[in-house]
Write a protein that binds this ligand. Sequence first.
Ligand code: 2HA
Ligand code: ZN
Length: 277
Amino acid sequence: MRVLEAEFAQGFIRLAQDGWDQGWHERNGGNLSYRVRPQEAESVKEELAPGEWLPIGASVPKLAGEYFLVTGTGRYFQNVARKPAESFGLIELDGKGENYRICWGLENNGRPTSELPSHLMNHEVKLEAASGRHRVIYHCHPVNTIALTFVLPLTDEAFTRELWEMMTECPVVFPEGVGVVDWMVPGGRDIAVATSELMKTYNVAIWAHHGMFCSGADFDETFGLMHTVEKAAAILVKVLSMQPYKRQTIQPEDFRQLAGDFRLELPEKFLYEKHGN
Ligand code: 2HA
Ligand code: ZN
């Protein structure tokens, strides 16, 4: 089978198009990676032509020998469906998890996303934290979530609580909460370490004044998580734009009741008492 005929490649393209349609990917903003199942890699073997080994810029020994679909650095989400073989590629990691080689795609001198260290370190953390269930890491630049990083305290507690209050579904969709990274230089190992540290606990990491990372089992779940967080952020932006306080909201006791009925574990650190709403 050819790569572009495979269901996993089709899912990758669909997420990229959906993200573009949401307005989350100006110019070359954002990036996406998918940890390919061995049988999926095997199914497209006829079309794989490995190139030279190149350094990842991070060490991810637990991912040794794994294959990933990754968007290309400088490439546009807008073009993923139109020019797939240029916009993303299939890479293989070496036996140490220190180098990669392009096996398909990223045509015309493409290279994997500048955030490859963050993506792979997140995948490595999730391999343990989610028992191998997670396969998708997705980064985008959604307007409302970024806007909130200018007005809310940059803490996991503040972001989680404020987002949870915006829609009853939020604590159901992300009961573990969201993590927040202070402003950092993107693309490097430091921000990758900070993000992957948060991914031990959360499936969402918000980068102050930059964007968001989500992790999930498949394309739909990961996109749906991003969509839910950003929608909650949009509601909060609207609320704060109308008036600086909430007249009423979901209270800690309400969350505890929800947790009981929905069998959720909502960490108490997010259910602190507030003075006012
Ligand atoms: O342009 O989003 O964080 C890709 C990015 C870098
Ligand atoms: Zn970015």
